[in-house]
Write a protein that binds this ligand. Structure first.
Ligand SMILES: Cc1ncc(COP(=O)(O)O)c(C=O)c1O
Length: 389
């Protein structure tokens, strides 16, 4: 197995500034040449693997670092991996509650005769599902050195929290645009914060470079088999708590959460991937038939603003045949309001995005379809709570 080598084309040629997943081969003249590029999924037979031959380092490519947590090959995450993750996490994470709402709840335009299931994962430690994947990675690969990540939001909080619990030093590279409400909590959890440039991609590069230089364990904010297996434990729990569910609505940023959920349910349950129109990372990848960079903006960008879908998530999403739908920022605001009105629960914008597909009609279930919505985060500034009481 190779490692993920992060490279950039010097001349900004055909591939521009993209990251490539490359399998490292035997070194030549003391330098690891780039052998092959893997794009897209493996394991899901119908998608197959797309291989492209890349030029060697030094011939138009610059080496930015090695991401030591990732393997070049896409490793399919199995239900057994998720079972093992659940065992590892047993004493570390909360089993979050499921709330069953009556048929008339959440908007009169919705025709459900069965009611709705809300998985209130926003009650997880740090206010989002993210500690599941982080703990699973840290407990799978014990390290005596430090831990480093790049994130301006919930992943950063999860890394800081997990490291505090495991007594490991944590460094978090944040983009300048990171919201103060999240950064303040990261600092309060004892992590060292470094500003890694204007955009997430800059913070990511800085964190990878830091890991290569110091030997700290790099924790990816959303991709990698351990991350997906950890996030998949939320689906494992949901299946136990609500076996009647036909469909699960999930918000997508970089695809780790939905990748874990797809890895658990496979094609047995309909998975609907919901993204803001202004951050259509998965939607664009499915249309292009490969992971591509997209522009991201809008009210949920601080949690769903990954510019490129993770390769492991994309593989799992394709294998499960998840549907992809888009919602507007005003759909998301309306969903937050609706949630507060009907349940007195608070969600951040990314945390209400899956719900927005239901309340806006972007996803219209059949009358007898039992739909579960994952409320995946509530890290919002209290001043930003919905305006009406
Ligand atoms: C609240 C919330 N929901 C959903 C997501 C999307 O998760 P992923 O990036 O694994 O797709 C994130 C990511 O940070 C998040 O913070």
């Amino acid at each position: 197995m190779g490692k993920l080598l992060v490279i950039r084309r010097r001349d900004g040629g055909l591939e521009g500034d993209q990251r490539k997943n490359l399998q490292l081969g035997r070194g030549r003249n003391g330098r690891p040449p780039v052998l092959e590029e893997r794009v897209g999924a493996s394991g899901a037979g119908r998608w197959g693997r797309r291989w492209g031959r890349a030029v060697g380092l030094g011939r138009g490519w610059e080496h930015l670092g090695v991401d030591p947590t990732m393997t070049a090959a896409v490793t399919a995450v199995t239900r057994e991996d998720i079972d093992r993750a659940a065992e590892r996490l047993a004493d570390r994470i909360r089993r979050t509650p499921v709330l069953r709402l009556e048929a008339g709840a959440l908007g009169s335009t919705l025709g459900s005769t069965t009611g709705w299931v809300l998985k209130v994962e926003s009650m997880q430690h740090t206010g989002s599902f993210k500690p599941r994947g982080v703990f699973n990675l840290l407990l799978s690969r014990p390290t005596s050195s430090g831990v480093v990540t790049a994130s301006g939001g919930n992943a950063a909080m999860a890394v800081a929290y997990a490291c505090q619990q495991l007594r490991l030093p944590a460094t978090v590279f944040v983009p300048r645009s990171a919201p103060p409400v999240k950064i303040n909590r990261v600092a309060a959890l004892g992590a060292r914060i470094e500003v890694g440039g204007d955009y997430y991609a800059h913070a990511y590069d800085a964190a990878v470079e830091h890991a290569a230089r110091t030997g700290d364990l790099f924790v990816h904010a959303y991709d990698g088999p351990e991350i997906l297996a950890g996030q998949g434990t939320v689906a494992r729990e949901l299946e136990q708590q609500a076996p009647e569910v036909d469909t699960v609505l999930v918000a997508v940023g970089g695809g780790g959460l939905i990748g874990g959920i797809c890895s658990w349910y496979g094609a047995s349950t309909r998975i609907v991937a919901v993204e803001p129109r202004q951050a259509p990372t998965l939607h664009a990848a499915l249309q292009a038939d490969r992971a591509i960079d997209v522009e991201v903006s809008g009210i949920a960008a601080d949690s769903l603003g990954a510019r490129r879908i993770g390769v492991h998530g994309l593989a799992a999403i394709r294998a499960a045949g998840a549907l992809s739908v888009l919602v507007t920022d005003s759909d998301i605001s309306a969903a937050r309001q609706r949630l507060w009105d009907d349940t007195r629960l608070v969600a951040e914008s990314g945390g209400a995005t899956a719900l927005a597909a239901l309340t806006s009609g972007a996803y219209r279930p059949a009358p007898d379809e039992c739909v579960a919505v994952l409320l995946c985060g509530a890290n919002t500034d209290p001043h930003d709570l919905v305006p009406r009481a």
